[in-house]
Structure formats: C-alpha cells, structure tokens
Design a protein around this ligand. Sequence first.
Ligand code: GTP
Ligand code: SPV
Ligand code: MN
Length: 590
Amino acid sequence: MLTTNKNVLKWVQEMVDLCKPEKVVWIDGSEEQLNELRKKAVDSKELIELNQQKLKGCYLHRTKQNDVARVEDKTFICTKNKKDAGPTNNWCDPEEMYEKLRKLFDGVMKNRTMYIIPYSMGPIGSHMSKVGIEITDSIYVVLNMNIMTRMGKDAFLNLKEDSNDFVRGLHSKADIDPDNRYIVHFPEDNTIWSINSAYGGNVLLGKKCFALRIASYQGKNEGWMAEHMLILGIEDPQGDVKYIAAAFPSACGKTNLAMLIPPEIYKKEGYKVWTVGDDIAWIKIGEDGRFYAINPENGFFGVAPGTNEKSNFNALESTKKDTIFTNVAHDLKDNTVWWEGLNENPPENAVDWKGNPWNGKESSEKGAHPNSRFTAPARNCPSISKEFNNKNGVPLSAIIFGGRRAKTTPLVYESFSWQHGVFIGATMASETTAAATGKVGVIRRDPMAMLPFCGYNMGDYFKHWIEMGEKSKEKAPKIFNVNWFRTDENGKFIWPGYGDNMRVLMWILKRCNGEVDAEKTSIGFVPKTKDLNLNGLNLNEETLKEILSIDKSLWEKEAEEIEEFFKKFEGTLPEELKQELNNLKERLKS
Ligand code: GTP
Ligand code: SPV
Ligand code: MN
C-alpha cells in the first residue's frame, strides 16, 4: 500500500472483492519492480525482448487479431440522464451498466495478479494535473502506463489527504472476448471500467478514457478544457518561442506536426520547433486571460506505419530505447522491428503482426498492422520542449483544426472571430482511419477531433468553447483550419506535408502578429500566395492557388450537410453556431 488515503483504500478493497485476484501488487514505479515485471512478461511471451544492442530496453507485443484499435461502438458514456451524454455518445443507464459489468468482472482475476497503478496526468505538483488509479490484470498495461504517465508512488503527492478527486479505472483483459468488450465511462462517479480488450486507447485508461472523456466533463464543470490536441513551440532566431495547439482526428498527423523538422530555409535562419505534446492538451485560462496548455501525458503512443527518418526523424529517434512496439513486424535476422514505410527494404525472414512467418519481399500481406504503434518516453524525443514539465503550461498563440479532406477544405484558412472559429471546429469533417475499428476513408463530421472522446453532450461542449473565449477577454488564441490532404485527379496528395507544414505555421504566426494581410473569402481569411514561402519546394504558385481555392458549389453542399448535422443537437446547439451557419450561407450567396 502506497497511501493512507481512505477513499483510495476503500475503493481498492471493493475492486479486490469484485475481481477476486490471487494476488495484489501496488505499483511503486521503481526500476526494480518494473524489471521484475518485464522479465515476467518475457517469460510468459506477453513481450518479446528485442535486440538490446540496437534497441536498448525495447520490447515487442502482439495483440489478438480482433483487438487492434479503439472500439467506438463498444464505448459508453453512462450518465443518470441520457441527455447529458448527448446525441454523439453511446449511452446506458449507470445502474444497469454497473450491474451488467459487475457480472463480467466478478472473479475475473482468479489465478491472476491485480496491479494497482497510481499515476498523475500532468507534471507532479502542477495545479493543472490530476491523479488517476488504474487497476489491471495486464503487465503490458503497467509497462505502457509507465511510459505514458508519471506512474508510481509520487503520483499520490498530488492527492491531498483523503481527497476523493482521483479517477477510478478498472481494467481486465478477461478473455479478450470481442462480444463482451466494453469501454465504459461514468463521468458522474469519476469512474472508468474497461473489459475484454488489451489494446491501447481501450486499456491505457489515463489516455483517451481519462485525459479526454472524463477530463472534458471535469473541465466543463471546473472551467477548463481537455482537447485532442498536439502542442508545439516555434522558436525564432531571437529565441522567442510561440506556442500552437492543433486538433486533428486520430491518425491525421498530430504526432508528425508536433515533432516537425523545419525545412532548410527556416533552419538556416535559426528557427527551431519544440514538442510539448502530440495527442492531448489540458488548457486553462491564466490570470492574464491567455490560454495555457499542458500535455498531461509523459510519452507517445504513436502510429508506426509511415514513420521514417525523413517523415518523422524525431519520432523514430524516440523509439530507439525503452520503447514498447505493438503489432509491428518482427525482423528475425537481427531481432529488430519493421513496418510499412520505415524503409524500402522489408525483411525477408520475419514474423508479421499476426505472428505468422513473413517474407516482406514476396508477401502481398502487410507486415505491420496499419494501426500498429510505438509507446516511447517523451524524454527520448530530440525535440522535446524544455517547458515539457512546466507546471503552469505554455501560452497558446493559435489553435488549429484540421482533418483529411481530399476536396473542399483549402490548405489553410483563418476564422473571422473566436465564435466563427468554434463554428469551424464544430463542423470539421475528416476521413476515418485505422485508429478505430470500422470502415476506413469515409467522411464523417468530427467536431474538434473529439467525436469519439467528448465525455458529455456535445452541444454543451460547443457552448463551453464559446464561453471559454468570452472568459479570456479577447486574449484567446486565433483559430485556423488546415488540410494537408487535398488530392489531385490521380488521388495523390498535392501538398508535400510533413516538415513543409512549417511554411503554413509561419503564415499562421504572421497572422497572429498582424504582419500580413489576407484574402477575405466566404469561409474565412485565406493567404495571399506571395505570403506562403515556397522557397526550396517543387511546387509552383498555380498549384498553390489550386489548393488554396474555395469551390463555392462544394461549400454550398457543405453548408447543407452542416445544417443536417446540427439537427442532431436540437435543444443544446448554441444559438451562436446557428448564427454562424446563417452567416456562412449569406456569404456564399454574395
Ligand atoms: P493518433 O495517434 O491516432 O491520434 O494519430 P496522429 O494524429 O498523431 O497522426 P500521425 O502523426 O501519427 O500520422 C498518421 C498518418 O498520417 C501517418 O501515416 C503519417 O505518415 C501521415 N501524415 C502525417 N502528417 C502528414 C502530412 O503532412 N501529409 C501527409 N500526406 N501525410 C501525413
Ligand atoms: C487515437 O486513436 O487517437 C490514439 C490512439 O491516439 S489510442 O490511444 O488507441 O486512442
Ligand atoms: Mn490520438
């Protein structure tokens, strides 16, 4: 036992009585204890120890084939009133759900060890941090939580004596039975129950379940925000750093943007990019009215495929030690890992993510699952910001929304106001990806990239956004929208993306500083082509014009679809957003 907090001890005892484990182990976070667990996981084949010369402290894990991504249809928000979960969440009455799940959890840890993981989301000692406890029967979860959070006895330093302000997470892999898989949130009880999965966002309960679903609900009640956003800093040659947060849906480029390497033209002038976070931001308004953001996580759970020295050098570097790889290919030649897009040289003597022998030179099957991931400590990242552990967070100059849109949305545009920016976020759409089970490549509305992660009624969430802007007394960040994914007639991405996205960020910062004017269009301010620096790029002004263009007929259709989408939120949709839709329609007419 690592605490004397009565609320913690009482709850743990209840969970022990329910799950009936053979043994209970409190995770103190010591290397000694972690090493014992690593050894145990290797012995039981839960983990494969990789080449310790090339990949020190690294392991490979394969999940079951039916358990490779978040399961949105099995994810529930259970509030007393259905209305409080809203039209975008699966809902069930809490009592009913507890009863159903209690049956599944009853005795589920017989002959198993129960691990009790205290962790802090956010730096220890920060007024922006929160404590969670995850109970699990999976060593894989313990070892991942060790990378993704500040885990162990120090987490309790953030929990005031006998405070009840901690999130109660209960997880069991049970039989990894997809038919009885549930990821359930009880926001009114600070509680998360997850069963029959052993994959990422379903089971690392500090991440999407707490830091977004529960935290968004807490944030609404306590006056702050929990968002699906990366945070990065751009340092100019004088050493001044400006911070930007960006919300893109899953597998739409947050990790890549957060770690971008500036193109030569900026590098040689002395610009630098610093990574604060790659997935989640908790945002509070400071005394000066500005938005301050922390990254509540301590590591990266990043998409492996497509990550290579050129596309994301910093991410790749981050994975070279103390990293857990999930569902990538295993290169038997030198006991290392491989995934599609790492290089052009797939291994011949390998095992694919399913555990079958695999010859990458001959097989038409993929070696790594499209949603295969690395769990890497933030401290490994060469571009990690020196403000990473700043207890007060970093001040935001701009907020960016974005997604995958082959057509319609231009490379970048700026909102007319905070309220209009909230409208842009609330109506953004993106093609679905492999990060969740279901069809890939289907366009869906994903407000603020939070559709799968908002822990309460999304209409109320929009209202909260509008109010946060009002509270900041005109100091709120400017809001922009980007789209790296416009395609040509052959379906090829037109914009080079990755590091070159810095060119767009530089325009955004110039707009924040009032240094350039812009083209006023019906959807927002669009750059004048001369203000986007194309130096060193194989892209002419004509093509740039093309990806900055706005097709009125597509936008008229867009406005109609938005109107249809808004109908979902009858009763909670803020008037301000209806007004913004009308404004858009009016502007499109003129
Ligand atoms: P989650 O961890 O699921 O939240 O994903 P993410 O938003 O962090 O996405 P990530 O940065 O891992 O990128 C996902 C995929 O998009 C990868 O295959 C990247 O190679 C690709 N990608 C990222 N940035 C760009 C870009 O600027 N252009 C293009 N064309 N692809 C990109
Ligand atoms: C996402 O899907 O947005 C992720 C991965 O960041 S997971 O942790 O599985 O949610
Ligand atoms: Mn994510």
